[in-house]
Ligand binder design. Sequence first.
Ligand code: S3P
Length: 167
Amino acid sequence: MNIILLGYMGCGKSSIGRDLASKLKMECLDLDDYIEAQEKKSINQIFEEKGEIYFRKKENEYLKEVLETYSNTIISLGGGTPCFAGNLELIKDNKDAKSVYLKTSLQELVDRLFVEKDKRPLISHLNLEEDLKDFIRKHLFERSFYYNQAEYVISTDDKTVKEVVAE
Ligand code: S3P
C-alpha cells in the first residue's frame, strides 16, 4: 500500500511525507525530487529551459513509473500533479494507494510561500504579497476541484507537522 499526499504548493507535503514515513516505517518519495534526479535538472531549470508543457509531460510519465514500481511508500506529489493530463485518474484508480489532500487556508499559504517562492517557477515573479495572494486565490479555486477528490482531507491550519502526521 502507498499513501499519496497532495495539495497546494507550501501545504507541507514534503515535510509531512518525511515524518509520516518514519512514523509508519514506510519509504518516502517526493515526486519533484524524483523528476529532478531523473532529468538531472532542478524544477526551475526544467521550466526555464524546456517550459511547463514539457514539465507536465514528464511529471505524468514519472508519476506512472512511481505508482507502478514503488510500494509501502509515502508519495508526495507536486502541487499541480493531480490537475494535469489524467493524473487524477491514475491516483484515484490506483487500488494500492490511499490519497490524502493536505488542505491549507489561503492566508497561511501566502505567509509560507512569500518567503520561499524563489524555488517555485509559477510564483517566483510575484514580488508583492497582494499579487501573490491574488494568484493563489484564483489558482486554489481552480485546483480545489481536483484536490477535493482525494479519499481523505486533512486541514493543516494552525497545526505542527507532528500534529498533522498524528491525525
Ligand atoms: C507546482 C508545484 C511544485 C512543482 C512545480 C509546479 C505547481 O511542487 O511541482 O513548481 O504547479 O503547483 P510543490 O507543490 O512541491 O512546490
